[in-house]
Ligand binder design. Structure first.
Ligand code: FNR
Length: 379
């Protein structure tokens, strides 16, 4: 099959990956209602079809944080994305750079920030989870600074990891008794193509940014256990003040779904918020991101930038989100499906597909640039 859209890449990823890894990427929390609503609610948004306007040249470029980007799309931070292809995050960052969009590395990546930065020309964005060990947290920020990172995403919607049934069933998370059994199961269930590429059996090759605290012999089980023990559930707005005081670059708060929280983030000096429910992986039953977006756009209008993620699966969805008040969107699963299916080429292809779809959607809605993509194009 020649992949034509993001759904096709999802199917290719499913074919290639061991089951537990595909389920980890693809799944959401509890009954996955919010996960489903993220995509379904976007698709319900109708645009006005406009005709007979000169749309022979369509410009998808945007300005964000003083830089020009080719598309209003950011590759979202995805934990252990590097398990999907050898040096996966490096490949994805290279694809993003080639396409002219930002790449954001997760705190819990498989490749370290140094390794990823080494593979690209320009600094990358970095995402921070609040870790109980503040010394480790500060050291991580220093490492990001040392790699030239000027944009920090502080993720606030995961003070505790949510319950994801698919990961419990696959043995990726859950009781240690099952984990030990599933380690054997995982090895026997691995797809040969994937195992060949990634090399080591179900084990991140470098353990990324948290390698210094895990030691050399740690594998995926130790990685997971560390995460569960070290996420800081006591974070408050005071923590944000502390980070703001320590980070001179752009600070973006990721995981805002409520207008009051968006206002608070703006008040405390955030440069942007990301309207997000973590791709339906945290509070199931929360609003879909696209549902939450308009009220947040109203609340902070113009004061700070607004990004949105969770459920974007086409260029048409990007146009919808921008029309409803986002300055740009982030994509999580789509780039990981691309990476899993076809490595760097897959990520590039996903970005090219989104761009082409966006161009067509803009043209048929009568828009030649992103300034024209606003409420007036909604039906
Ligand atoms: C995520 N997300 C995420 N966010 C974050 O800030 N740090 C992280 O480490 C991760 N890890 C992660 C793993 C996986 C497998 C997924 C799917 C997502 C959330 C991510 O940044 C983004 O908000 C969502 O993926 C957006 O939704 P879509 O595009 O996947 O629908």
């Amino acid at each position: 099959m020649i992949p034509a859209n993001i759904d096709d890449y999802r199917l290719l990823a499913k074919k290639r990956l061991p089951k537990y890894l595909f389920e980890y990427i693809d799944g959401g929390a509890f009954s996955e209602t919010t996960l489903r609503n993220n995509t379904a609610d976007l698709q319900k948004i109708a645009l006005r079809q406009r005709v007979l306007r000169d749309i022979s040249s369509v410009d998808t470029s945007c300005q964000l944080f003083g830089q020009d980007w080719k598309l209003p799309v950011v590759l979202a931070p995805v934990g252990i994305a590097g398990l999907n292809a050898r040096r996966g995050e490096v490949l994805a960052a290279q694809a993003a750079e080639e396409k002219g969009v930002p790449f954001c590395l997760s705190t819990v990546s498989a490749c370290s920030i140094e390794e990823v930065r080494n593979g690209v020309q320009n600094p990358i964005w970095f995402q921070l989870y609040m870790i109980k060990d503040r010394g480790f947290m500060s050291a991580m920020l220093e490492r990001a600074k040392a790699q030239g990172t000027d944009t920090l995403l502080f993720t606030v919607d995961m003070p505790v990891p949510s319950t994801r049934y698919r990961d419990i069933r696959s043995g990726l998370s859950g009781g240690s008794m099952f984990r030990r059994q599933s380690a054997r199961f995982i090895q026997s269930a691995m797809s040969p193509a994937w195992a060949w590429d990634v090399g080591v059996m179900g084990r991140p090759h470098t353990l990324g940014n948290i390698a210094p605290v895990l030691g050399d012999n740690a594998g995926i089980d130790e990685f997971w256990a560390w995460l569960n023990q070290n996420f800081d559930a006591s974070v408050t707005w005071k923590t944000l003040e502390m980070i703001r005081a320590n980070w001179k670059g752009k600070l973006i708060i990721k995981g805002i779904l409520d207008p009051e929280d968006a206002k608070e983030a703006a008040k405390l000096g955030a440069d942007a918020v990301i309207v997000s429910n973590h791709g339906g992986r945290q509070l199931d039953g929360a609003l879909s991101s696209i549902q939450a977006l308009p009220a947040i756009a109203d609340a902070v209008q113009g004061d700070i930038k607004i990004l949105m993620d969770s459920g974007v699966r086409s260029g048409l969805d990007i146009v919808r989100a921008i029309a409803l008040g986002a300055d740009a969107v982030m994509i999580g699963r789509p780039w990981v499906y691309g990476l899993a299916a076809a490595k760097k080429k897959g990520v590039l292809d996903v970005l090219n597909i989104l761009e082409n779809e966006m161009r067509v959607a803009m043209a048929l809605a009568g828009c030649t640039n992103l300034a024209a993509v606003n409420k007036s194009i909604l039906a």
